[in-house]
Design a binder for this molecule. Structure first.
Ligand SMILES: C[S@@+](CC[C@H](N)C(=O)[O-])C[C@H]1O[C@@H](n2cnc3c(N)ncnc32)[C@H](O)[C@@H]1O
Length: 380
């Protein structure tokens, strides 16, 4: 039996995309889930020490949340979080996984002698029926810049159907951050674009000389295609903290216990970023996230844990940061402020990818304001 369709996200055969279009389940499986069925991909996450330490500490330093409790692990993957919950004393753990990784999770559960506690269920969270409500929902659902992948929809669906009224979410809170950045990556990408264009011009000339067809009419779309790829697609980056040239700001906060899909479908935020380094180049904005494990109001964590993906010398994560390149780069000074209007929506073609509409305007302490620039970006 299927559950409720709270927030429009629990329809088992289809889900709602950003613009309201219905997402085909098979297409979603081919585009999104298939990679999670591979151990090499799960291993990338399992080898991320910052991520692993945060979840490990969140569970084992808050054992009172798990001892004798019923837990649901949404998207168990290899089963690691479910196994930890069992080791921390859970009475029962339902470990739901959409892909064939469920078979490996079952093996791992058995190999670690917790098969009496952890029940691996292969299926989509939206379709699965549990025999009881749960005390805790644990999930690692975060994508690049937090919301890419839109997996939090499935956690919300699980929460609305299966979490007891006084239950706790692990993690309990999430935040999206943004900061001004100096980086050579913009120049590098511009060079890549120019070299692709010069290659294209040679190709146009040769094609005309050898085959008698003038391809020049396609120069504009070729350039647009490459601009999208090199300049307008956000870039994964592992930034050094020295590259951050102004105070980062929180642009979105999510309470995992109460958030709705409507609240996360669109991120619309206006804010200003103060520059705190003199005579530098502002060449990008960087977005990242953190999540917190604070338990619930009725049952707070004894030890709050934070998992941050901020630029770091020693504690970088596989999520890194997402860079949005500013073209051309701006010469900035301490005291300048960048006024930002940021709008992130889901892509119409694939609700797990994001489109960003960014307008920025530099304001100098003298009151002088440079003309506003609008750029579109794709988080793919
Ligand atoms: C980021 S991985 C985390 C895996 C594991 N929990 C860990 O922390 O190592 C997310 C997992 O959730 C699964 N998943 C995503 N959406 C799901 C859904 N709606 N139902 C069931 N599994 C889902 C994916 O297939 C993937 O294995």
């Amino acid at each position: 039996m299927m559950g409720s369709t709270a927030n429009g996200s629990c329809d088992p055969s289809a889900s709602r995309a950003g613009a309201g279009a219905v997402v085909d389940k098979d297409v979603d499986f081919a585009n999104y889930f298939c990679t999670y069925a591979y151990l090499y991909h799960q291993k990338e996450m399992l080898a991320d020490r910052v991520r692993m330490d945060a979840y490990f500490n969140a569970v084992f330093q808050n054992k009172h949340h798990f001892q004798g409790k019923v837990v649901l692990d949404v998207g168990t993957g290899s089963g690691i979080l479910a196994i930890w919950c069992a080791q921390a004393g859970a009475r029962k753990v339902y470990a739901v996984e959409a892909t064939k990784m469920a078979d490996h999770a079952r093996l791992l559960v058995k190999g670690n002698n917790v098969e009496d506690i952890v029940e691996v269920i292969e299926g989509s969270m939206e379709e699965v029926t549990l025999p009881e409500k749960v005390d805790v929902i644990i999930s690692e659902w975060m994508g690049y810049f937090l919301l890419r992948e839109s997996m939090f929809d499935s956690v919300i669906c699980a929460r609305d159907r299966w979490l007891k009224p006084d239950g706790a979410m692990y993690p309990s809170h999430a935040r999206m951050w943004m900061a001004p950045i100096r980086s050579g990556l913009g120049d590098q990408k511009m060079n890549d674009l120019e070299s692709a264009m010069s290659d294209w011009y040679g190709f146009v000339e040769e094609t005309e000389n050898y085959y008698g067809v003038n391809m020049n009419i396609l120069t504009k779309p070729f350039r647009e295609e490459h601009e999208k790829y090199y300049l307008k697609t956000s870039l994964w980056s592992n930034l050094h903290p020295d590259q951050v040239v102004g105070a980062p700001i929180v642009m979105k906060e999510i309470d995992c216990l109460t958030a709705t899909v409507d609240e996360i479908r669109i991120v619309n935020s206006t804010f200003s970023l103060p520059i705190n380094i003199d005579r530098t180049r502002l060449s990008a904005l960087a977005g990242w996230f953190d999540v917190h494990f604070r338990g619930s109001k009725q049952n707070p964590a004894t030890c709050e844990i934070e998992l941050t993906t901020a630029p770091s010398v020693e504690n970088s994560t596989h999520w890194g940061q997402q860079l949005f390149l500013l073209h051309p780069a701006l010469r900035v000074n301490e005291g300048d402020e960048l006024l930002i209007s940021f709008l992130m929506c889901r892509s119409k073609e694939n609700h797990r990818l994001m489109n960003v509409d960014l307008t920025y305007e530099l304001q100098q302490p003298s009151g002088k304001q440079l003309p506003a620039v609008n750029s579109k970006f794709y988080i793919e």
